[in-house]
Design a protein around this ligand. Structure first.
Ligand code: PMT
Length: 398
């Protein structure tokens, strides 16, 4: 089961060279369990033929407004009825103009006008075409009409020029489709998270750290974003990519993390401490590499500030959520942390379940007791945590 299992998505392909990426998008959607109906414009079929989309989707491809296959002869109505979303990728300047003005002169434009499901467009065009005032006016109109505009990205273009106008990659569009289908209980909320490990330098070469990958923190960042929130992540050293639309501040040590959190804190509604912050740092980092000797080496450590406890103790504290990573006695330690730091919610996990890997098994601890969540991929677990938080903040939204 994936988030798209049992859903039907209409993919509209218009006439741009990025149509080759639409083939990959269809493949990703089908792999995720979606039923995909492809509607191809005449210009789109100049770039990638219907046979390719039919083979990838395993379903007939739609090109003609007068297609007689539906019993009532109304493909332009039937195709989007019951669909979860309609995605135009690539969306040319011409097609965007048609959408903005409600034109209906071919099957795809007509079904967009007749649809009852959300519409997403992934623009793809030369940078000058993108920047030109008519295109910008049309895009603003689509946004005002509630159409999701995905990208475009900046970079090298098929015409050889550089700039904004490249269609997003298929995987990015796929992620945006999944995001668009999530409920938005946190629309208008601002969320600050910490993620990953910290690194406490001992000398210019070595330091104290841990094996937090940052996966749980960035999965939560994505789940919060998908739930409609504005998200900022303060991340310790991790290679995790930043979800689109999420702001990121990279830090190294616990002291850096504390400073970045305090700077980003004003105006935040929710703060979540997912980072595995080192509790201690070397009392003094050596300026030069510490040389090996036969004598035992004793390190003097100083306690790091507890960032979460400090944020939660502020008079203007946002809704604060802590994590507890334990090697045993999860319930006792997690609930103890919740009470000592005066937090409404703590997410407890055993290090064997959650540290470093792709999956996690967590139990939520709040004033009502312990709530074990189904174990699974970190993104799925993160979505469950976010919906619990949304329900605690505003029971009416969920
Ligand atoms: O990054 P992954 O590989 O995906 O692993 C995820 C995880 C196991 C790191 C994550 O799920 C998790 O449990 N994060 C918290 C780890 C931790 O440091 O727990 P703790 O029990 O030591 O700290 C309790 C809470 O206080 C945490 O919210 C922590 O961010 C915060 N804290 C701790 C120390 C400190 N100096 N400042 C803090 O803010």
């Amino acid at each position: 089961m994936t988030e798209l299992s049992g859903k039907r998505i209409v993919v509209g392909v218009t006439g741009g060279v990025a149509a080759y990426k639409a083939a990959e998008l269809v493949r990703l959607l089908v792999k995720a369990g979606a039923a995909v109906d492809v509607a191809l414009t005449a210009a789109g079929s100049r770039f990638v033929g219907a046979a390719t989309f039919q083979a990838l989707s395993g379903r007939p491809v739609w090109t003609d407004l007068w297609d007689a296959r539906p019993d009532n002869g109304m493909a332009h109505i039937e195709l989007t009825r019951g669909a979860a979303a309609c995605v135009i990728a690539p969306a040319t300047a011409d097609f965007i103009a048609k959408l903005a003005h409600g034109l209906a002169d071919d099957l795809l434009a007509t079904l967009c006008l007749a649809r009852a499901c959300p519409l997403l467009v992934a623009p793809a065009m030369n940078r000058q075409m993108w920047e030109n005032p008519p295109t910008q006016r049309n895009i603003a109109q689509l946004r005002a009409d509630g159409v999701g505009v995905l990208g475009p990205a900046s970079g090298e273009q098929a015409c050889g020029e550089e700039g904004l106008g490249r269609m997003l990659e298929a995987a990015e569009i796929f992620e945006e489709i999944v995001a668009a289908l999530q409920p938005k209980p946190l629309a208008g909320r601002r969320v600050l998270l910490t993620a990953g490990p910290t690194f406490e330098a001992l000398d210019p070469v070595r330091g104290i750290t841990n094996s937090s990958s940052g996966r749980m923190g960035f999965a939560l960042a994505r789940a919060f974003r998908d739930a409609g929130a504005d998200v900022t992540v303060v991340a310790g050293p991790t290679e995790m990519p930043t979800p689109r639309g999420v702001a990121r501040v990279d830090v190294v040590s616990a002291l850096d993390m504390r400073a970045a959190v305090l700077q980003a804190l004003p105006g935040q509604h929710i703060f979540v401490g997912v980072a595995a912050v080192a509790d201690y740092r070397p009392a003094a980092a050596a300026a030069d590499k510490i040389k090996k000797s036969a004598a035992p080496l004793t390190l003097q450590l100083a306690a790091n500030p507890d960032i979460l406890a400090e944020v939660a103790a502020r008079p203007d504290a946002p809704f604060c959520v802590g994590f507890a990573a334990e090697s045993r006695d999860l319930a006792a330690y997690a609930e103890g942390k919740r009470q000592s730091k005066k937090l409404p919610l703590v997410v407890g996990n055993l290090v064997a379940d959650g540290l470093g890997g792709e999956t996690n098994a967590v139990t939520l601890f709040d004033a009502k007791g312990a709530h074990p969540l189904p174990p699974g991929e970190k993104l799925a677990v993160a979505r469950d945590i976010v919906s619990h938080i949304a329900a605690m903040i505003d029971p009416c939204t969920v």
